[in-house]
Design a protein around this ligand. Structure first.
Ligand code: ARG
Length: 268
């Protein structure tokens, strides 16, 4: 009895060691520094982990085969091809896109992320690759015509996205009329369900939603009180090596026309 208990304990101990060994694999980059989650591919190329929230077509969505596809995927791949590195995409959710950069679980945030001063305090951003603007979306029969008219209305947004920031700016941070959701499609759905009067989201994504849901009885309201926004790729603050790599590649695909080919808009 005693012997078999020992044997069992040994097996458990050995198993635990094996597991611990798997879990603690140090992410060490080739220069020996432990800078984030970078690893090397079989061909010796650097592999950067990319965090995204893939319900944001046309920038990132999951296709019917389970692949993450979209403009961000194509742009970053074009940069990777130019600069000879690889990327590994992770569909982790919107807020984790930020958190995982902070705690080095990912290297790059690529998620239609608007560059703004608030975020620049905590993260570094590449040069911009896409211009965007917020839009108001309401039911087809709504009387709302402007952002100002949303002052006392119920608004749905994606949490901590720029639409959320715009809603707070209009109604105040503590407003109980702002409903924040994990994804932009969820925010739109809330408006379709008549739980809110309007939703605010990124123009290209709203238009893509309307294309994909032609029967949805909704209309958009443009308002120039929304500032122009610029998307960039996000890295950990101070990760200058990766930032220059991305910026150099981005400049190349701006110069050779590849960026325009992917996004459909010229952007220098
Ligand atoms: N551009 C907006 C922002 O940066 C929304 C981005 C949301 N992206 C996403 N993949 N869900 O706040």
């Amino acid at each position: 009895m005693k012997k078999s208990l020992w044997a069992l304990l040994m097996i458990v101990a050995a198993f635990t060691l094996v597991l611990a060994g798997c879990g603690s694999k140090e992410d060490t980059s080739s220069d020996g520094s432990t800078s984030g989650s970078t690893s090397d591919s079989s061909e010796g190329k650097k592999v950067y982990k990319v965090g995204t929230e893939a319900t944001f077509a046309p920038f990132e969505s999951v296709d019917d085969k389970g692949n993450i596809v979209g403009i961000d995927v194509d742009v970053l791949q074009a940069i990777a091809d130019e600069m000879d590195f690889e990327v590994e995409w992770k569909n982790i959710g919107w807020e984790p896109v930020f958190q995982s950069i902070k705690n080095s679980e990912t290297d790059i945030g690529a998620s239609g992320i608007t560059i703004n001063d608030e975020r620049k305090q905590t993260y570094d951003f590449t040069d911009p690759y896409y211009e965007s603007q917020l839009l108001i979306v309401v039911k087809e029969d709504s009387n709302i015509k402007s952002l100002a008219e949303l002052k006392d209305k119920k608004i749905s947004v994606q949490i901590n996205a720029t639409g959320h920031m715009a809603a707070k700016k209009l109604q105040g941070d503590a407003s109980t009329n702002i409903m924040a959701f994990d994804t932009q499609p969820m925010a739109i759905q809330e408006m379709l369900n008549s739980n809110v009067d309007a939703t605010i989201g990124d123009n290209a994504v709203v238009y893509e939603y309307m294309k994909a849901n032609p029967k949805a009885k909704i209309k958009v309201i443009k308002d120039d009180n929304f500032e122009k926004e610029y998307y960039g790729f996000m890295v950990r603050k101070g990760n200058d090596e990766l930032l220059s790599l991305l910026n150099e590649g981005l400049q190349k695909i701006k110069d050779n026309g590849k960026l325009k080919e992917i996004t459909g808009t010229d952007f220098k």
